[in-house]
Design a protein around this ligand. Structure first.
Ligand SMILES: Nc1ncnc2c1ncn2[C@@H]1O[C@H](COP(=O)(O)OP(=O)(O)OP(=O)(O)O)[C@@H](O)[C@H]1O
Ligand SMILES: [Mg+2]
Length: 335
């Protein structure tokens, strides 16, 4: 018996010459939430499809609740819930009928299936729409219905592929609450997302994937830390002060001071936030170096993502930061 709900080792999935999954390792402890974060084509959906037994891998192994996704696929299917990137609902049935049908497929029993369906319609704000055919639903309503479908059987492990893509802000917050609720009752969740705030808000662990491989993993805080903690961005009035400013600020910085001559700007990491900022400004004032603009910056999750996946490589400083981040694989960030 293991504490992990999901254990993935060296998972590979090929489509012709393309390695959609190129050796992914992953462990999701029971009762926790892991977010797979990655750009378009990273392999997120492919990973979820393997884990939910919809496709078979070419190499490596994956176990969910101790069951092998290939050998034990049939048993596994009845113990997990999944919602795909594209809502899978029957257009001609009502919302209620869709959920009830899922309940029957999971052998809930007619009465329990009906009760559970009504309960979920309430939870997902679909009570009024529940008795109308799905073909009249908006995109967001379909999405919510599809998500509700994944919860019908109250699965121990849930896979949600981009659960909030296409939802309006209110529906998105509503879904986050539903997820909190599930997780507090012990559900293990693997979700994929392109939204950093979502990963940060919901996930205990974030796994950043790109080109079918894991390029970084950790908590939101540890990823931010790795990319670089707080830094000060400061531009001077007069470009001829730049070199002098660099030397002065090197005494405040905890790492190299980067200089961007065109922008008359220096950027450097600091350890003590606003205290460092006050220190830096004091030192410049003493030497009559006029400051044009200054700011204290912490990387946002968006920046972390862009830096780790190498998509911000040619803007200031990003390449240097990607170098210092402990990426487990070359990401192209240094090109
Ligand atoms: N059935 C398929 N046949 C051929 N190539 C595929 C197939 N499914 C996925 N791919 C390719 O595998 C790679 C990974 O695709 P996948 O759908 O897993 O990415 P994703 O991370 O989910 O992207 P998105 O954010 O756009 O949903 C892509 O290059 C994609 O084109
Ligand atoms: Mg996808």
């Amino acid at each position: 018996m293991t504490d992990a709900a999901i254990v993935v080792e060296g998972l590979v999935k090929k489509y012709g010459a393309l390695r959609a999954l190129d050796g992914i390792d992953l462990v999701v402890p029971r009762g926790t939430v892991t977010a797979l974060l990655g750009p378009n084509g990273a392999g997120k959906t492919t990973a979820v499809r393997v884990l939910t037994t919809l496709i078979t891998p070419d190499a490596g192994s994956a176990r969910v609740l101790g069951l092998d996704v290939v050998r034990d696929a049939q048993e596994l299917r009845s113990r997990i819930g999944a919602s795909g990137q594209y809502a899978a609902v029957d257009e001609y049935l009502t919302g209620f009928e869709n959920l009830e049908m899922v309940g029957r497929l999971y052998h809930l029993g007619a009465k329990r299936a009906r009760e559970r369906s009504r309960e979920l319609l309430r939870q997902f704000d679909l009570v009024e729409a529940g008795d109308r055919p799905v073909k009249g639903y908006s995109g967001g309503m379909r999405r919510r219905l599809d998500l509700a479908g994944a919860l019908v059987a109250e699965p121990e492990v849930l896979f949600l592929d981009e659960p909030t893509t296409g939802l309006d802000p209110r529906a998105r917050l509503g879904l986050w609450d539903v997820i909190d609720d599930l997780v507090s009752r012990g559900t293990t969740l693997l979700l994929t997302t392109q939204y950093m705030d979502e990963a940060e808000r919901l996930a205990d662990d974030i796994v950043v994937v790109d080109h079918g491989a894991v390029i970084a993993r950790g908590t939101a805080d540890s990823l931010k830390e790795r990319v670089g903690g707080e830094r000060i961005e400061l531009s001077v009035e007069d470009g001829s002060d730049l070199e002098h400013a660099r030397d002065v600020l090197q005494q405040v910085a905890t790492g190299d001071v980067d200089v961007n001559e065109k922008a008359r700007r220096v950027t450097f990491p600091v350890a003590e936030g606003t205290a460092s900022l006050v220190d830096a400004l004091g030192r410049l004032a003493e030497r009559d170096i006029a400051v044009f603009d200054v700011g204290l910056r912490r990387p946002t999750m968006d920046e972390v993502f862009l830096i780790l996946t190498g998509h911000e490589a040619d803007t200031d400083g990003a390449a240097a930061e990607a170098d210092s981040a402990e990426t487990t694989r070359e990401t192209g960030a240094t090109r």
